[in-house]
Design a protein around this ligand. Structure first.
Ligand code: S3P
Length: 427
């Protein structure tokens, strides 16, 4: 797909699709809860559809009516043995969180997915789940999917996670619902807490203190109505586009601003962005706001430490913004980027350098000298949705034509992305 420089500012308002993390969790918890869970503003991206199809294969009736999804949960012990493999597609959240639930079921299961997910590390969930008594193994013995999960009894543990990962934390907490005794997870920095919030909302006993979350075994969870906020990770592309293209003013309605996800807002403000939050409110267990963003001249900053997990998926687009900023931006403590849908440090550096940016790869991040004009180039998305969206935005500031390979991979998290972006350009 081809993109060219914006000829004028982006203008108008939009609401972005529902939050991906929250959509996944609503289907999973709805499936093991009693009664119907009504999910509004559900993200119809390929990742969340993978979660729906896995739970359908385990006997859960799920009505997908578009914006509303009804999950007819059968209770904590209501899943049935799937007839074949559970296909998680491209979705790490589906595979890692579902493993925690499957470890405690009275049947065996096999989880697989696409070529990207079969290369991603699964030992990070296999280790703590095994400590709880789970029988989970990598079929090719390489620490990756396909994973085989066999039935077993679980006991609670305290797990000190070496990584700040919501997928690891959630996998262990979900297994903990079925374990004997309490289960807790301590992480090096606080990762997104949607699982803890939604578990509590569905009736589980969950406590959180500093970077430790604990869950008690649950007899039953209860289906609930979930209003999914707009995904801040999707809003990030429009925030960046508005800040980077002169003359822009964009209003994004109903964005989730959970403090474990709002690092992008804090970073933009530190870079000098004209970005304001309006109508701050709460939607069920999650805080939301409308965002008003205007073109701003940005300055480089240093990003590292505890803020990293709160903006981990936004680092590619932050790197693109840093190219437009005056001065140096240093991103550190972000080694986790190497094990996402692609190696996002390597791929960002290669692609931004191809567009003329002054950018250097480091062990755990990158260093960018901003202020060099970008030019169009051939960009390989490596089938990574966040890379494709980042370069569609970067292209708006680049002279000439930017060609993005496999640009349609945005269907993973934002099927209507290009339409929304071009509507704001016409606005
Ligand atoms: C997610 C957690 C993060 C994030 C991913 C979604 C989740 O991954 O990058 O896009 O829904 O729990 P990690 O847990 O690997 O950090």
């Amino acid at each position: 797909m081809e993109f060219t420089k914006a000829t004028k500012g982006l203008n108008g308002s939009l609401s972005v699709p529902g939050d991906k993390s929250i959509s996944h969790r609503a289907v999973m918890l709805g499936s093991i809860a009693r009664g119907t869970t009504e999910i509004h503003h559900f993200l119809q991206g390929a990742d969340c559809l993978s979660t729906i199809s896995c739970f359908r294969r385990m006997g859960i009736e799920i009505e997908n009516r578009g914006d509303v999804v009804l999950v007819h949960g059968k209770g904590m012990r209501g899943l049935s043995a799937p007839s074949g493999m559970l296909d998680c597609g491209n979705s790490g959240t589906t595979m890692r969180l579902m493993s925690g639930i499957l470890a405690a079921q009275p049947f065996s299961s096999t989880l697989t997915g696409d070529a990207s997910i079969r290369k991603r590390p699964m030992k990070r969930i296999m280790d703590p789940l095994s400590q709880m008594g789970a029988k989970i193994s990598s079929i090719h013995d390489n620490g990756c999917a396909p994973l085989r999960v066999r039935s077993s009894r679980l006991h609670g543990i305290h797990y000190n996670s070496p990584v700040a990962s919501a997928q690891v934390k959630s996998s262990v907490l979900l297994a903990g619902l079925y374990a004997e005794g309490a289960t807790s997870v301590t992480e090096p920095a606080l990762s997104r807490n949607h699982t803890e919030l939604m578990l509590r909302y569905f009736g589980a006993q969950v406590t959180s203190r500093d970077t430790t979350a604990s869950v008690e075994p649950a007899e039953e969870l209860y289906g609930a109505k979930v209003e999914v906020p707009g995904d801040i990770s999707s809003a990030a592309y429009f925030i960046a586009a508005a800040l980077m293209v002169p003359g822009s003013e964009v209003f994004i309605r109903n964005v989730g601003i959970n403090p474990t996800r709002d690092g992008i807002i804090r970073v933009c403000q530190a870079m000098g962005a004209d970005l304001t939050l309006e109508n701050v409110r709460s939607q069920g267990a999650e805080p939301t706001a409308d965002l008003l963003v205007r073109y701003s001249s940005l300055k480089g900053i240093e990003i590292g430490g505890a803020i990293i997990p709160t903006l981990i998926d936004e680092l590619p687009v932050i790197a693109a913004m840093a190219c437009m900023a005056q001065g140096q931006t240093i991103i550190r403590d972000a080694a986790e980027l190497k094990v996402k849908e692609s190696n996002r440090i390597r791929i960002m550096v290669e692609n931004l350098a191809a567009m003329g940016a002054d950018i250097t790869e480091t062990e755990d991040g990158m260093v960018i000298q901003g202020g060099r004009p970008l030019h169009g180039a051939e960009i390989d998305s490596h089938l990574d949705h966040r890379i494709a969206m980042t370069f569609a935005v970067a292209a708006l500031t680049a002279d000439g034509v930017t060609k993005i390979k496999d640009a349609d991979c945005v269907r993973i998290s934002y099927p209507g992305f290009y339409q929304d972006l071009s509507r704001l350009q016409e606005g």
